[in-house]
Design a protein around this ligand. Sequence first.
Ligand code: BDP
Length: 333
Amino acid sequence: MKQIKNILPVLCFVICVFFISGCNAGKNSGAKIWNVAVIHKDTHPETLAMVKMGEIFAQLTDGRYRFEVFPNELLGPQRETLEQVQYGIIEMAVIGNPNISSFVDGFLTFEMPFLFNDLEHQKKFFETGFTAPLFKQTEKFNFRIITYFTGGTRNMYSHKPIRGLADLKGMKIRTAESDTYSKMMKALGGAATPMSFGEVFTAIQSKVVDGAENNEPSYNNSKHYEVAPYYSYTKHLIVPDYLIVNAKVYNSLSDADKKAFQEAAKRAEEYERELWTKEETKSMEEAVKGGAKVIKDVDIESLRNAVAPLHAELCKNPYIKKVYDAVRETADK
Ligand code: BDP
């Protein structure tokens, strides 16, 4: 049994390689193909941004490179696609903060609830360039972070409304796999059940959890409103996603091509943000048509107060504190 467990990831990689080369067969016009994994569907801002980045990079390099974007968890959950990038099986992926913070502590700061005031604050902070040395620290793990993508604001959803702290008592809420989220849910009086994104619908449906938390596009695209119709604006997390690339692959680029790649990434980042707000609105409209009920009168202060000690606890780590202070310095007073 243990042996089967050990060879499973290897088998998955082999299947992925066959799958990818099968998809690329016949399409190669001399361009180098870079494969990109995104867990979201083809119309999600992150997927569209990666398609756009591929077009710009191709343009800037006279068609010497082409991106093949695989949406919908086709290449597996984020943790697996991150490993595929590390091993050079695929070139790039869009990965959530919790998978990165397991390598570099400083990223844990971004998992603190109520850290950023809003998406404008998040943008302002990332524009300072403060994260450049933080991003650099992942290179020793064979991947490089090129840019961040906004992952919107996350809200809780369940079979019942959540209007404040009292409603969360004893609730089991699915979160992404992060210790910080487990501590957050505990501080809120509930419990976190960590699992990968693709497992959430069934977990709510089969009552393994009472609900989950995510931004509007993920709530709508995964049809979570069918099993958790109350979407409550708790606004507890604003967490970035990142575009990562295999370090060797990136370093193999000439200086001019690196510049083109960075330029294409910058434009993709702006494009994703541009699409985001419209996508939030459209997603909620669709979810409401599908039966979702929007709860706006949430006592956010009761949640903010309950998780305040978590900030102090995490800031005991000097590096996390340094990132935390930099984030708070960019907040509108
Ligand atoms: C999505 C994020 C993705 C997370 C996912 C989740 O874009 O990075 O992995 O939520 O909750 O909104 O697992």
